[in-house]
Ligand binder design. Structure first.
Ligand SMILES: N[C@@H](CCC(=O)N[C@@H](CS)C(=O)NCC(=O)O)C(=O)O
Length: 204
């Protein structure tokens, strides 16, 4: 399989860390692609009508996107413990963490548009403040809920890759939250995270 990837995308890294945690790393070839809504990448659009990475290409079958669907698919390919628990509260806990992580990355990207990427005259500070609030509230919510001893799930993978990206892009920091910071630092030391360090600039 081939993974259309970007070394500075939290979502692409989430899919790759998931593959590594599931023991599927040797089945995936990573191919870097730059993407931006202001600079369409035809090779990515050919596989995903949204023009975004990650996309998983499978020989002779339809492409799979987005990161959540790629993770759900990869979880069907291995014999280890499910990274997306099959049922019960564990499932909803994992998927809810994943939803918060997606919101963190989405809000961080929007905040970067408002503070860095959009031409200065087109920026709207109240919108930036609204996205920053989502980050702060999510950090406080996670601080009360993350548990260091838990089995790794898709939710943890999504959170760690989103948080690392927020820090990489110098977005509002989660470091004032000690439990969240300690949880992140422990997760960031995993081989799957160390093998996929963030790098590179966005090209708009
Ligand atoms: N919901 C998607 C989001 C993917 C996404 O936004 N990827 C970014 C890279 S960080 C992208 O390719 N953006 C290009 C665009 O918005 O046109 C996922 O979880 O995979």
């Amino acid at each position: 399989m081939k993974l259309l990837y970007q070394t500075h995308s939290p979502y692409a890294r989430k899919a790759l860390v998931f593959a590594l945690e599931a023991g599927l790393g040797d089945r995936i070839a990573v191919e870097h692609h730059e993407t931006s809504p202001t600079r369409a990448n035809p090779e990515v659009f050919a596989e995903n009508p949204l023009g975004k990475v990650p996309v998983l290409l499978r020989p002779g079958q339809e492409p799979i996107f987005d990161s959540a669907v790629i993770c759900a698919y990869l979880d069907t390919l291995h014999d280890g413990p499910r990274l997306i628990p099959d049922g019960g509260e564990a499932r909803w806990r994992a998927l809810r963490f994943e939803a918060v992580a997606q919101g963190l990355a989405d809000s961080g990207i929007q905040l970067r548009w408002e503070r860095v990427r959009r031409p200065e005259a087109l920026r709207y500070p109240p919108l930036a403040d609204g996205y920053a609030l989502k980050l702060e509230e999510s950090y406080a919510w996670l601080e009360r809920r993350l548990d260091a001893g838990e089995m790794v799930t898709v939710g943890h993978i999504a959170l760690a890759t989103a948080l690392d990206w927020l820090e990489f892009r110098d977005l509002p920091s989660f470091r004032a939250f000690p439990r969240l910071s300690a949880w992140f630092d422990a997760f960031a030391a995993r081989p799957s995270m160390q093998a996929t360090l963030l790098a590179g600039e966005t090209h708009d």
